[in-house]
Design a protein around this ligand. Structure first.
Ligand code: SF4
Length: 184
């Protein structure tokens, strides 16, 4: 029975997962790493590489690392360059709430653009101070305050839209404390 890969995404800079890679060549388990860089028509190599990936304990981590590092060459995580291409293209919009929550819990992992936006909104709603958000996202406090201002603006715009849809005689709400410039 295989071990299942940890659901926890790896911490940035953590390469210890390499130790569990099925493609790691050792004297007891020699691997021709060239099979991971096949020519497009080399189906035997592609099949051999994918067979190793299929039994690899860190396949998901390997695929994530390839995407995050924009590593477009070779077979990674069981996928060829061509198969991975759409994932590379769509990565900024990938939204995995598990990863968002992992960062909010204080772990240092890679977030996509959409996940950072989601983390900012969640942190704002949870009342997390800007300096803590700055630490979590590894940005300056000034930048974190700017992100919170954007969230407040979006929240206000949504409220405006909802009121306009529900009530044609709506007038602008009184500004909140933050809008008066007492924060940020
Ligand atoms: S998924 Fe494939 S390429 Fe990635 S570490 Fe495992 S065997 Fe190697």
């Amino acid at each position: 029975m295989h071990h299942t890969e940890s659901a926890e995404p790896r911490i940035l800079g953590d390469h210890t997962w390499h130790n569990h890679a099925a493609c790691r060549s050792t004297p007891a388990h020699p691997v021709d790493v060239e099979i991971f860089f096949p020519e497009p028509e080399e189906m035997d190599r592609i099949r051999a590489a994918k067979a190793l990936c299929a039994q690899c304990l860190v396949r998901r981590t390997c695929l994530d690392a390839a995407l995050e590092n924009v590593d477009r060459f070779g077979i990674r995580g069981g996928m060829t360059e061509e198969e991975r291409e759409p994932l590379h293209e769509n990565l900024p919009s990938r939204l995995d709430y598990g990863r968002v929550n992992t960062v909010l819990a204080g772990r240092d992992i890679h977030l996509t653009t959409a996940e950072r936006r989601s983390a900012t909104r969640a942190a704002f709603q949870a009342g997390i101070p800007a300096d803590r958000l700055a630490w979590l996202l590894k940005i300056t406090q000034e930048h974190a305050e700017k992100l919170y201002r954007q969230v407040r603006r979006e929240t206000r715009n949504r409220a405006v839209d909802e009121h306009q849809n529900n009530d044609t005689s709506w007038s602008a709400p009184a500004p909140g404390r933050d809008e008066l410039g007492t924060a940020a």
